[in-house]
Design a protein around this ligand. Structure first.
Ligand SMILES: *Cc1c(COP(=O)(O)O)cnc(C)c1O
Length: 452
């Protein structure tokens, strides 16, 4: 294979790690200089390398270095990059037409994606959907719909929650730096309540679900007024906030409280959805049936698409013309989503996510036993993380986290960090990654920890 005439990426890309130059290589350095001159510096990058092609569990850079991918472009390419069915269906749609605007002359793909969402999301009640371009837009619209349906204004979000970077979703997002710093004022009528974070719950993980739920319901009743609350927005497994799995029993209590008070329960499954946690949606794990569910990231194999799906009577509360947007549910993105969903079904990617956990979790537990730097290993399916602390304490160690991530990058493994304290290494491999690459990636992580 020559460097000058790259073969296509996607499923045909060789599945092996390869370091041919220093990282970053000369071509990436050249592009980085151009980026610095032309791209707003607020757009930061995790790795200083530029992608040339990607597929399966590999991202190849412009210098020919091939990285093992434990990031999936932030949980987007669960089906792999340029997955066969995504390329086939999006390609066919590109030739039919690229855009008409669903608000002018609609098209079948939009309807078909909404039909799939009704089938795949939890609950067998009548459901409807709205398609959008980004996760933040989906969360914004879920709030609009909940307010319209309830005639109430208050929205409740959680400590460590992440919901996007638009004005309303910044207000819903917990972490200031880098998401909110300097960008206020934020949208009003947003109230923050505690998350059942087992590792950091003051009285210990056993009491976490019960005590956190009691605090949440008390705060809503006493400080907001349940009758003023339009929506509770929650990630069933938290993403940017640190891959926190709420203590078992917490989410069912919140769901019950929402139901008792006519509050719309919005499950933000933008990161946790579409097979990532070993089920179609993470809220299935505790049998939660949300009123509305927001999806994006994994939905369309890398094309921009997002959705709000929910109870038909709630979705239909909004007047005609009250929801929409020029590009929402773009036909090419819809075709890609149908290809991605076809792939998830045919390859049973939920089962693959569970298998990834079976490989990764014991290795991570082993590493935690060996390195007191690892305070907690958590997550579900192919959404796993290690929280790093100063040995013998629970003090977050963001510097060690950054150092380990950097060592992994230098060795050809893409890993991402997250967490309110910046001290969580998160692992989000494509669900189609091969076992060999998965194991090799874990070896690299082990070496990085040993070398610290
Ligand atoms: C990424 C993310 C969002 C925002 O999605 P964008 O497409 O980046 O706007 C919202 N909620 C969660 C849980 C996310 O992980």
């Amino acid at each position: 294979m020559s460097d000058t005439a790259p073969t296509p990426g996607g499923p045909s890309l060789p599945q092996r790690r390869l370091l041919r130059t220093e990282i970053p290589g000369p071509l990436s350095r050249e592009l980085m200089a151009r980026k610095q001159a032309a791209v707003a510096s607020g757009v930061a990058t995790v790795l200083p390398v530029f992608a040339r092609r990607a597929g399966g569990g590999i991202v190849e850079d412009v210098d020919g270095n091939a990285f093992i991918d434990f990031g999936s472009g932030i949980a987007v390419t669960g089906v792999g990059n340029s997955a066969e069915a995504v390329v086939r269906r999006a390609g066919a749609q590109l030739e039919r037409f690229t855009h008409t605007c669903v608000m002018i002359t609609p098209y079948d793909g939009y309807v078909e994606v909404c039909e799939e969402l009704a089938r795949l999301t939890p609950g067998d009640h009548p459901k409807k959907s709205l398609l959008l371009n980004s996760g933040a837009e989906a969360v914004e619209n879920a709030v609009k719909i909940a307010r319209s349906h309830t005639g109430r204004q208050a929205v409740v979000a959680f400590d460590h929650g992440y919901h996007g970077r638009t004005n309303l979703t910044m207000a819903l997002t917990a972490k200031n730096m880098p998401y909110k710093e300097g960008f206020g004022p934020f949208a009003p009528e947003v109230y923050r309540v505690p998350m059942a974070y087992p590792y950091r719950w003051p009285t210990g993980p056993e009491r976490c679900a019960e005590e956190a739920a009691a605090q949440v319901t008390d705060l809503i009743e006493k400080q907001v007024g349940a009758h003023n609350t339009a929506a509770i927005v929650v990630e069933p497994v938290l993403g940017e906030g640190g891959f926190i799995v709420p203590a078992r029993g917490f989410l069912p209590r919140i769901a019950e409280f929402a139901r008792e008070h006519g509050i719309v329960l919005v499950a933000d499954e933008i990161q946790s959805g579409f097979c990532r946690t070993g089920q179609w949606f993470a809220c299935e794990d505790e049998g939660i049936v949300p009123d509305l569910i927001t999806t994006a990231k994994g939905i369309a194999g890398g094309l921009p698409l997002a959705a709000v799906t929910g109870r038909a009577e709630i979705m239909d509360a909004v007047h005609a013309g009250g929801l929409g947007g020029t590009y929402g549910g773009n036909p090419v993105a819809c075709a890609a989503a149908l290809g991605a969903i076809e792939t998830m079904r045919e390859l049973d990617l939920a089962a693959r996510a569970r298998r990834i956990e079976e490989t990764m979790r014991p290795r991570l537990a082993e590493l935690a036993a060996k390195h007191p730097l690892i305070g907690d290993v958590r997550g579900r399916g192919a959404m796993l993380a290690a929280e790093l602390v100063r040995p013998g304490t629970k003090d977050p160690d963001p510097a060690a986290t950054a150092a380990i991530a950097a060592a992994c990058h230098a060795a050809g493994l893409i890993v991402l960090t997250c967490g309110t304290y910046g001290n969580v290494l998160r692992f989000l491999p494509p669900l189609v990654i091969g076992e060999d690459l998965l194991t090799e990636g874990l070896d690299i992580l082990e070496n990085a920890l040993a070398g610290l």
